[in-house]
Design a protein around this ligand. Structure first.
Ligand code: AMP
Length: 452
């Protein structure tokens, strides 16, 4: 797939060539056609997937095609993003992609004087990139009007929520005309964001991408071979002896998460578990304690962890290895954000060796084995050639596991299924709906957000 196959206008194609982009990323491939078509979009994607271009390119295309603003100098598109850094990055991208068009934009954020920002707006901009606080401030002073917004883009919605901006976001949205195109991007889809999406999107196309191997590349990884019986002891050892200030700990099951948290607490390590059986208020409280460094360990199941976005998280510890290798990449992607150092430590017992092999195959990386630990078990990694591990309990036959517990099984993995690991999933089955056929096809099926 090339950018010209996405039917983008020549000035954009030229800029992309100058930027050295040869082909669209998966999110661009999926999002550009429906956005060009005028559809609403719900995008589950992290930074690093190319999402900025995924919304900026079709936006610039549509504004260019529509010609000059009516009335002159009206703001036609609003991009709301949680931080100044993101706002500036988006501004830079729009500048780069739109350099051969006449589309004008500006970026506004708090913490600096408002005068130059207001002057820019007065001169007339087509696209306004803003953080919510400063925007509301200028709106309240009557210096910005959103009356003519045709396209509204909410970026990093889950971070808006985490940073406590969601109320401001809603206030801004209330001032945008209802008849508009809306795009919402979020790395995770906690319930609150799903609710917001339901209330502001009309029959959206849903796109989801996960930066599978690229995430793993930035993060230090180690695997600890350890018998199942000693996993909790090893965890205590790491948390007590190695100076880890804060770790997100993953457990495959809710029961396991509870047991781990309890045992850590008994050992004097501040820990809480979060999973689907816990009340929302309990989860929120645990998460905020974790963020404030009041907890050293937050023990989570995969589903519960989806809403967690802690910026400076340094350690992820997998007490169990997930049987889906993509889940591993999702888990460790919680750390090492925004250039911070990240370390992912994974415990692997003999039954999990096939999962380890699948992970190494997917990420195309060898995860070094940490032998300098008190509970080291002498396992051998499985050869990479083997087929993918199934859901069934892995067999320990074949002479690869000199010692370690046998049998017992790990039981079902209640939280594993349906954890939304599918790539580029479109539950709405509207694949290609944007290309053929004129106009905005909006069926009456109501909201088409992600199933949860
Ligand atoms: P984003 O996820 O929007 O923050 O983009 C991540 C990085 O990927 C940015 O540095 C972009 O400039 C770059 N990028 C976005 N799309 C492409 C593409 N199609 N080809 C090459 N690089 C890209």
């Amino acid at each position: 797939m090339t950018f010209s196959e996405l039917n983008l206008i020549e000035p954009l194609l030229q800029a992309l060539q100058e930027e050295g982009y040869t082909s669209p990323t998966p999110i661009q491939e999926q999002a550009i056609p429906p956005v060009l078509n005028g559809d609403d979009l719900l995008g589950c994607a992290q930074t690093g997937t190319g999402k900025t271009a995924a919304f900026s390119l079709p936006l610039l295309h549509r504004l260019h095609e529509a010609g000059p603003a009516h009335p002159a100098k009206a703001i036609r598109a609003l991009i709301l993003t949680p931080t100044r850094e993101l706002a500036l990055q988006i501004g830079d991208s729009i500048q780069a992609y739109g350099r051969h068009t006449k589309i004008r934009h500006t970026v506004i954020f708090g913490g600096v004087g408002q005068v130059p920002q207001v002057e820019q707006i007065k001169r007339g901009v087509d696209i306004l990139v803003a953080t919510p606080g400063r925007l509301l401030d200028l709106m309240n002073q009557g210096l910005v009007s959103l009356k003519h917004i045709e396209t509204f883009i909410l970026d990093e919605a889950d971070r808006m929520l985490d940073m406590g901006f969601i109320h401001d976001v809603r206030k801004v949205i209330a001032q945008i005309p209802a008849h508009r195109q809306t795009l919402l991007f979020s790395a995770t889809m906690p319930q609150e964001i799903q609710k917001l999406a339901n209330s502001i999107l009309r029959d959206p196309v849903y796109v989801e991408v996960t930066p599978v191997s690229s995430t793993a590349e930035k993060i230090g990884q180690k695997v600890f071979f350890v018998e199942k019986t000693y996993k909790r002891a090893l965890l205590k050892h790491l948390l007590k002896e190695t100076g880890i200030k804060r770790a997100l700990v993953f457990s495959r099951t809710k029961h396991g998460a509870d047991r781990i948290a309890k045992e850590l607490s008994k050992a004097g390590i501040a820990a809480q578990s979060i999973h689907g059986d816990k009340a929302q208020s309990t989860r929120v409280k645990a998460l905020s304690q974790f963020k404030n460094y009041e907890l050293q360990a937050l023990v989570a199941t995969d589903i519960a962890a989806r809403g967690i976005d802690v910026d400076d998280l340094t350690h992820v510890i997998n007490v169990d290895l997930p049987n889906e290798p993509e889940t591993y990449v999702h888990r460790i992607g919680r750390t090492g954000r925004a250039g911070a150092d990240g370390l992912a430590l994974s415990f692997c017992d003999d039954t999990e060796l096939p999962y380890l092999r699948d992970i190494e195959k997917l990420t195309k990386q060898t995860i070094p084995v940490e032998e300098e630990q008190p509970f080291h078990a002498e396992y051998q990694k499985l050869p990479l050639g083997g087929g993918k591990a199934t859901d069934k309990l892995a067999r320990s036959g074949g002479g690869n596991q000199p010692r370690g517990p046998r049998g017992g099984g790990q039981g079902g993995r209640p939280e594993q299924r349906g954890a939304g690991q599918g790539h580029n999933r479109r539950p709405d089955q509207r694949q290609g709906s944007s290309q053929g056929g004129g106009g905005n096809r909006r069926s009456s099926g109501g909201n088409r957000g992600p199933k949860r």
